[in-house]
Design a protein around this ligand. Sequence first.
Ligand code: GDP
Ligand code: GDP
Length: 436
Amino acid sequence: MAKAVIAIVGRPNVGKSTIFNRIVGERVSIVEDVPGVTRDRIYSKGEWLTHEFNVIDTGGIDLGDEPFLAQIRHQAEIAIDEADVIIFMTNGREGVTAADEEVAKILYRSKKPVVLAVNKVDNPEMRSDIYDFYSLGFGEPFPISGTHGLGLGDMLDEAVKHFPDETGADYGEDFIKFSLIGRPNVGKSSLVNAMLGEERVIVSDIAGTTRDAIDTTLKYNGQEFVIIDTAGMRKKGKVYETTEKYSVLRALKAIDRSDVVLVVLDGEEGIIEQDKRIAGYAHEAGRAVVIVVNKWDAVEKDEKTMKEFETKIRDHFQFLDYAPIVFLSAKTKKRIHTLIPEIVKASNNHSMRVETGVLNDIIMDAVAMNPTPTSNGKRLKIFYTTQVAVKPPSFVVFVNEPELLHFSYERFLENRIRDAFGFEGTPIKIFARARK
Ligand code: GDP
Ligand code: GDP
């Protein structure tokens, strides 16, 4: 089931990002060394009681040089487009302002449920000042304090009441769910069209033809697939839809629902910083990844060109060293047929379980070949290894002292596991646990 999405909107400085951080809490990234990946999040997981959802901080979506009012208007429109529930945030210390009324007008036209929050109500005496906010037309205002963490429970109680029916089924386990991410104009929607046009592909549901359908389902060789957010890929027109932050937001939402993520690059233009950020999100989310170099028809080539491009990719995306690379052209359809098999392979590896006995033989062989490290006269001891999860495959290594399993040795073990079992296209995770 796709998680419900809450968006926080409101004019600058009312405390949106403070509340966003409160809701999502501290989240430790698995890739601290990928620049741009964890800073400045605008989309993240949150939890309240038994509900899991995603939160968007629309204030983090910088729309460039637009005038103040246009900015907040667009942020409100993004919230309406992307969220199931909107938290409209205001500032209790400043009262209702003209900008608040502007936001209210836009939200009022939408059919999305709105929860009105009045922030910076840091002490109980201030609670009597919030009645003015009824004038915004969204019913009862919820007094909160981001600084002191007050009132958030009541506000979230109200928000989760409006979540869409969580019993509605998403796609079953038989489907391979994949998305295409990449900056604007790399050819994502052309690629989708090219795939759907393939002879052996049977399209069962094209986004846009069915009411509210945003995904496309298809069948190939008896296997069912869902292309996540096909509608979003094709949608172009609104001003904010071409901004980087908005495409990142769409990408994060799509990644969240996918098993496999296709990171699409433009072979003609080459790799830029924005590609790297987008690719980092896929890796961080633990999804299987296939790198697609599109527009290969437009590249002047000799026999070295592909190898050189591949080296560049490996250089720029070191964290994606497990991802296969496919060179193709959506325009001429050259090598389009190689893509779906790569998606299938990556997906299978993403959900692969290995046998514990074989796994432990591999680890013991690895240790015999390259003895475990020592630190302050203490040597790492590995007792036992087991796979604890799939999507992505995750392993727990029981050791004498977890701190002794350094990054480089962990990396060595990962490589031995990869050599033995494959796992092409998927990240794998290794955790050390103490066994006393
Ligand atoms: P945003 O622009 O809406 O994202 O606002 P920020 O989260 O950046 O907050 C703007 C300022 O308000 C910062 O200086 C915060 O420390 C402050 N702030 C946020 N929440 C509260 C609160 O509950 N009480 C008080 N007094 N200040 C707050
Ligand atoms: P998106 O924004 O990533 O969905 O990109 P589009 O699919 O809209 O494509 C952007 C532009 O690149 C369009 O003008 C396409 O015609 C062009 N394009 C897409 N794929 C190819 C390709 O394989 N080769 C060439 N030469 N152009 C392509």
